[in-house]
Write a protein that binds this ligand. Structure first.
Ligand SMILES: Cc1ncc(COP(=O)(O)O)c(C=O)c1O
Length: 401
């Protein structure tokens, strides 16, 4: 089966040293044309967190973090923050005037709440910030206990954990305030979400109004995702069409000096903090098959796990019921070389969180340093077929054995 998958994916070598991949497995899910079919909001079934009261849509998750700081009145105050973080959520907190107090995250990406408690002793802490990495749940009962014990609000960062559950409990349902990134899990051109629970909900209206993003910027993101989809479905012909359209698009952007707000960047920009979600993102959201997304991500993860657990077990361990994995977090010694070799075989990967924000000193949290050095994202998203997942696993096995 693995060989079959490989043959389907990779052009015959025909004597060449490095076979040219017939198509590339993209590291992100792509937008399909049918997702742009107009559909009344009432016709689509909503799932958590979209079906909740107290929701505010934003362009990015970082804007929702900014909202959380202001809603919880954290400016100038100390927040317990995991030492393992992307960097942009930390930049947002710092830009808002928050003082982070870092706590340990272990080698399996688990927040160490006992360490957080120790570090908080003697400090005047005003909130507890928790991150679910790659869709894998933190121990939210412990987080809640710690936050309640200190009498402070809990901020649950689900930027990497949309649609994920711990058993039956959706991630994001425990925090007083939760933030989500939509475009990491779904093929929307932009989107973040703030979810506010309890009495805080009544204060949502006190936040400043949001501004709609420019249609041109949204259209570029969406166009790029549709072109990736074309490449995914049409192989080399799709790739050529994508390259041609991309160059034409870049030329047009330069000539018309179109405003473009990148997503997925490392840095917080105050100029974009008032941006809301686009209406095109809402349209794509209305055309999602929610259960299928979770099922496919879990299936692809299990396929990778079955083929890789002996050579490259994921740092997060087993996939418990309900978890919607964002990716397969594979530990590997030389990330750059592994990425290049996998790309040559048609597998896109992501160097997960290699860059440490200077607010955390090197060596202060050795397990986090090690995670930054070694974790590589392997794709498991909803666009991958079982043959695609097998191809990814086969290429990784070849790399590791
Ligand atoms: C844990 C975490 N929180 C927040 C963010 C911010 O997400 P966005 O890019 O939507 O602002 C990120 C981005 O990667 C993240 O990883």
């Amino acid at each position: 089966m693995a060989d079959l998958a490989r043959r389907m994916w990779v052009a015959e070598g025909k004597g060449e040293r490095a076979p040219v991949p017939r198509r590339t497995v993209p590291c992100m899910q792509t937008a399909w044309p049918h997702m742009l079919v107009p559909r009344p909001a009432a016709a689509s079934k909503l799932v958590f967190p979209f079906d909740q009261m107290g929701v505010r849509y934003r362009y990015f998750a970082r804007n929702a973090v900014w909202d959380a700081v202001h809603l919880l009145d954290l400016v100038g105050k100390t927040v317990l923050m995991p030492a393992y973080h992307h960097g942009v959520e930390l930049e947002t907190l710092l830009a808002a005037g928050v003082k982070p107090l870092f706590y340990r995250v272990d080698a399996q990406m688990r927040c160490d709440f006992a360490d957080a408690k120790k570090r908080a002793a003697g400090a005047s802490v005003s909130a507890l910030y928790v991150i679910h990495y790659a869709g894998f749940p933190q121990d939210m009962a412990e987080a809640r206990k710690l936050a309640d014990g200190m009498g402070v609000p809990l901020i649950e960062d689900c930027a990497l954990a949309l649609l994920s559950r711990d058993g039956r409990d959706p991630l994001g349902a425990t925090g007083d305030v939760s933030v989500f990134c939509l475009y990491k899990t779904l093929p929307v051109p932009n989107g973040g979400l703030l979810l506010v629970r309890g009495q805080l909900r009544s204060q949502l209206d006190s936040l400043p109004p949001v501004r709609s993003p420019k249609l041109s910027s949204t259209a570029i993101h969406l166009g790029s995702s549709l072109l990736s989809n074309l490449e995914l479905r049409a192989g080399p012909a799709g790739r050529r069409a994508r390259e041609m359209l991309r160059s034409a698009g870049r030329f047009a952007i330069r000539k018309a000096s179109v405003e473009f707000v990148s997503t997925g960047t490392q840095h917080f920009d105050l100029a974009d903090v008032d941006l809301g979600i686009s209406s095109l993102s809402h349209l794509v959201l209305r055309n999602q098959q929610w259960p299928e997304i979770v099922e496919r991500r879990r299936r692809n993860y299990f396929l990778l796990y079955a083929m890789l657990r002996d050579v490259a077990p994921p740092v997060t361990g087993e996939l418990r019921p309900g978890v919607c994995p964002l990716f397969y977090p594979m530990p590997i010694a030389n990330k750059a070389s592994a990425m290049a070799r996998l790309l040559a075989r048609g597998v896109e990967t992501v160097d997960f969180w290699r860059i440490r924000h200077p607010a955390v000193r090197e060596g202060e949290f050795p397990e986090v340093d090690r995670l930054r050095e070694t974790v590589l994202e392997l794709p498991v998203h909803q666009d991958l077929t079982p043959a695609d997942a097998e191809h990814v696993a086969t290429c990784v096995r070849e790399l590791c054995t």
